[in-house]
Design a protein around this ligand. Sequence first.
Ligand SMILES: [Fe+2]
Ligand SMILES: [Fe+2]
Length: 468
Amino acid sequence: MEHVKVAEMVAALSYALDLTEGQPMGHSARVCILGMRLAAEIGMAVADRAELYYALLIKDAGCSSNASRLFHIVAGDENRAKRDVKTTDWTRVGFESMQYAVNHVGVGRPFLERVATLARAAVKRKTDSTELVKIRCERGANIARRMGFNERVSAGIHSLDEQWDGAGYPEHLEGEAIPLYSRIALLCQTLEVFWREAGETRAVEVVRERAGRWFDPALVRAVESLAARGALWEGLESSSLLADVWALEPVETSLFLTEARVDEICGAFAEVVDAKSPFTFRHSNGVAEAAVRIAETLGMTSDEVTLLRRAGLLHDIGKLSVPNSILEKPGKLDAEEWAVVKQHPYYSWQILRKVPRFGRLSEVAACHHERLDGRGYFRSYDETKLDLPSRVLAVADVYDALAARRPYREALPLETVLGIMRKDAGQALDGACVEALATAMSGSASLGNLVMGVGQSVAVECEASKVY
Ligand SMILES: [Fe+2]
Ligand SMILES: [Fe+2]
C-alpha cells in the first residue's frame, strides 16, 4: 500500500456510507467538496482544513447503527425515510413534517396499522429523535477514532446534528459552542441534498431561510458570496468526482497508508456494516477470521491471507444498501425483496473497486455468494471462474452465518454446521475449502464422522439465519 493516501481509501469507502444514509452514491464526496470550498472562503488554517476534510467524508459513519432502530420506529423502508429527513425542516412542525410522516410511516402496511404506527411515532418522535441521534453521534465518533483520526475529527462527527439556535441534538449546543467542523458539515449536507433535489438557487435560499436557526449566519454569508461568484457548485457533477476529492486534501498534511492503517480502516468499516442489523452482529469479523484460518490451513501465501482477511471484513459492505425492513423481516422474503438482497455483492464490488489497489479484493468480495454450480449471485459465475480466494471466502461466509450466535437462536454446534456444509460441497461450496475449515476449526483433520443428514441445504439454513 505504499504511496496510496489515506484519503484515497476513505473517500472511496465514503460511497458505502451514502448507501446507509439513503443518499445516492457521491453525496459525502460532494459534501466534502462544498465544505473545503467554504473552508477556503473563511480562511481556515491548513491543519484545520486537513481535519475537516476527513470529518466531512466520514460524517455518516454512525448511521448504520440507527438503521435498525429507525426501521422499528417508522416500520417501513428506512433508507428512503433517512434521505427525506435531511430535506425536512423538523423544527417547523406543520405541513412539511406531517407530509413526511404520511409518506414514510408504515408504507405498505394495512391502513389501520399504519394509522396506529403514525400516532405512536408522533407521540414518541421527540424521544426517538434524541435517542437515534445520540446513537448515531457516539457511534460515528468512535468509528472515526478506530480509523485513526484525532478527537477534533471525531468531535466534528459527534456534533453533526447540533443546530445554531440550540434546537439540535444530542446536547442542544448553541452557536460557537458547536464545533466548527460540525457546523460546516450540517450546512454542506443540506446544500448538497437541496442542490440535487431542487437546484442551486433553491439550495442557497433554504440555507438563507434557516440561517440563525439551523446554521451559523457567518457561514451562510460565506456560502452566498461563493454562490454569487459562481464558485460554489462548479464540478459537482464531474465524472471524475472521486479524483477531484482526492486532490482536495491539503498536500502539506497528506496522510499515507501503512498496512496497519489499511487494516484499521477495514476493521472500522466492518463495524459500520455489522452495526446495521442485530442479525449480522460481528458477522464481518467472523468471516474474516474463518477465511484467514482456512487460507492458512491450505498453505496460502501471506499476501493471500491478508487479502482474505480484508475481503472478509468488507465483503458485505454493499449490504448497507438493503433496507432493514428486508434484512429483519420476520419470515420468508418475497421475490422483490430477494432481488434487493441479491444486489448487495454488486454494491460491494462497485464500492471496493474504487479503492486504489483493491482491484483483486473487490473481485473476491463480489464473488462471496457465487456457487460452483453457477446458481449463486450476482454474476452466476461457475467453477471455471471462481478462484481459490473466492472459494475460501464463500465457505467462510456460510460458516459464520451458521456457526455464529443469532438474536433468536444459539450458535449451531460445529458438527452440525460442518454436516450441513459437507452436503453442499462440490455443488455450491468447494470441498477442499470445507475440509480445510473442518481441520482449522476442530484443531485436527479427524472429524470424519460428522453428523450427516442434520439440517437443510446451505441456502435454506443461511436464509433461516437471516444472514444473506
Ligand atoms: Fe456475509
Ligand atoms: Fe453477503
